[in-house]
Design a protein around this ligand. Structure first.
Ligand code: NAD
Length: 356
C-alpha cells in the first residue's frame, strides 16, 4: 500500500526527532512492504522565517491532501515577541481547525523500565498503568464566547463553556471505539454536580454507551478524577473528557510517566487526515545538540500506523522495540539516572531500528 504523509518538522528539536521517526517508518515500510511517500512542508517559526506566515496556505493544502500529518514541534524564544497571529503556536491551532481535528488522544503509560522516574510510590503504581486520555479538542470554554462586561463591581471577564449534543456524541463515540480496542472500560469525567454543560455531556455519553454494551462505563467528577489519577492510576483505561478538563488531566498524567520525551499524541477528525505529534515542545535549550529523546515522536509514528492506516502489527512492532530497548537499559539524557551513560538521538534511533 502507498501512504501519503505530510511532514512538518517544525522548530528546535522538531527536525531532529522527526528525522528519527522517518528512519523508523522507512524500515517498517521495507519490512512490511508499504510505501510511505513524504511531502515536507513548513509551519511554525520556520514558516514565519521563510514566508512571514506561521501557517502558509500550501502547508494546509498538502496536509489536507495527505493520509496523515507527522509533526515535530513548533516555537522558540526567537519568535516570542511576534504579534499573536504570527506566532508559531498559531500554526498548531490553525492546523487543528483546518483539518477539523476534534479528538485528541494522549496515552499515558508507565514504561516498566522507567518506573524510578515516576514520582508516585511503588505501592501506588503497583503493576503500572496504561491510560488513554480522549480529550475533546475544538469545543468548550476555549472556543466559547468570551469578553469583559461592566458590572457594579467594575469590569468582569467571562468565558463560556458550551457543548452541543453533536460535539459530545462524536467525541464519546471515539472514546468508546478506543475502549473497544483496549480493556473495554471508559471513565467519563465531568462536573455535572455544578455545570449544565456537564449534565448534557453525561446524558449524551450514556446515550452513546447504549451502542457499546461491552464497555463498562463510569462517571467521575473532575475534582475526584484529579485525585484518583494520583491515588490509583491503574484503575483507568480510557478517560473521556472535555477540552478544559482534558488539558489539565492529560498534563497531570504525563508527569506520572517520568519524561515528556516519551509520550506521543494523535489528533483525529471525522474524515480528515489525523495529526500525530509528540506532546513535548521544541525544547530550544537542547536543540542542535543531538541529544533529544526521539521516542515520543517515534511512538507518534506508531500511533499514525495504528489509527490512520490501521496497521496494527506494524505499530506493535515499533512499540515493542521501544520497550525492549528501554528494558536493555538504553537511555537518552533526559531519562538516564544520575551519572549513567546516555545515547544520542541518532544512537537511540539506531538501537530501536536494530530491535525491530
Ligand atoms: P518543551 O516541551 O519544549 O521543553 C520542556 C523541557 O523538556 C525542556 O527542558 C526540554 O529540554 C525538555 N524536553 C522536551 N522534549 C524533550 C525531548 N524530546 N528530549 C529531551 N528533553 C526534552 O516545553 P517549553 O520549553 O515550555 O517550550 C518550548 C517551546 O515549545 C515554546 O516555544 C512552546 O510554545 C513550544 N511548544 C510547542 C508545542 C507544539 O508544537 N505542539 C507544544 C508545547 C510547547
Amino acid at each position: 500500500m502507498e501512504y501519503k504523509i505530510a511532514v512538518v518538522k517544525g522548530d528546535g528539536i522538531g527536525p531532529e526527532v522527526v528525522d528519527s521517526a522517518i528512519e523508523i517508518l522507512d524500515l517498517i515500510g521495507e519490512r512490511y512492504n508499504h510505501k510511505f511517500i513524504y511531502k515536507e512542508v513548513l509551519a511554525g517559526g520556520a514558516a514565519y522565517d521563510a514566508f512571514g506566515d506561521p501557517l502558509p496556505k500550501e502547508t494546509i493544502e498538502v496536509c489536507k491532501k495527505s493520509h496523515a500529518v507527522l509533526l515535530g514541534s513548533v516555537g522558540g524564544n526567537k519568535w516570542d515577541n511576534l504579534p499573536k497571529d504570527k506566532r508559531p503556536e498559531r500554526a498548531i491551532l490553525g492546523l487543528r481547525k483546518e483539518l477539523g481535528l476534534f479528538a485528541n488522544l494522549r496515552p499515558g503509560m508507565l514504561f516498566k523500565a522507567l518506573e524510578d522516574a515516576c514520582p508516585l510510590k511503588s505501592e501506588i503504581v503497583g503493576e503500572g498503568f496504561d491510560i488513554l486520555v480522549v480529550r475533546e479538542l475544538t469545543g468548550g470554554i476555549y472556543f466559547g464566547e468570551s469578553g469583559i462586561r461592566e458590572t457594579d463591581n467594575g469590569p468582569a471577564a467571562y468565558d463560556i463553556e458550551t457543548y452541543s449534543e453533536m460535539e459530545v456524541r462524536r467525541i464519546a463515540k471515539i472514546g468508546f471505539e478506543m475502549a473497544m480496542k483496549r480493556r473495554k472500560h471508559l471513565t467519563s469525567v465531568d462536573k455535572s454536580n455544578v455545570l449544565e454543560s456537564s449534565r448534557l455531556w453525561r446524558r449524551v455519553v450514556n446515550e452513546v454507551a447504549q451502542d457499546y454494551p461491552e464497555v463498562q462505563v463510569e462517571h467521575m467528577y473532575v475534582d475526584n478524577a484529579a485525585m484518583q489519577v494520583i491515588r490509583d492510576p491503574g484503575q483507568f483505561d480510557v478517560l473521556l473528557t472535555t477540552n478544559l478538563f482534558g488539558d489539565i488531566l492529560s498534563d497531570e498524567i504525563s508527569m506520572l510517566t517520568g519524561s515528556i520525551g516519551m509520550l506521543p499524541s494523535a489528533s483525529l477528525g471525522q474524515t480528515s487526515p489525523g495529526l500525530f505529534e509528540p506532546i513535548h515542545g521544541s525544547a530550544p535549550d537542547i536543540a542542535g545538540k543531538g541529544i533529544a529523546n526521539p521516542i515520543a515522536t517515534i511512538l507518534s509514528a506508531a500511533m499514525m500506523l495504528r489509527f490512520a492506516f490501521d496497521l496494527k502489527e506494524e505499530a506493535d512492532a515499533i512499540e515493542s522495540a521501544v520497550n525492549k530497548v528501554l528494558d536493555a537499559g538504553l537511555r537518552t539524557a533526559d531519562i538516564r539516572g544520575k551519572d549513567e551513560d546516555f545515547l544520542t538521538t541518532q544512537e537511540m534511533t539506531e538501537a530501536i531500528k536494530k530491535t525491530i
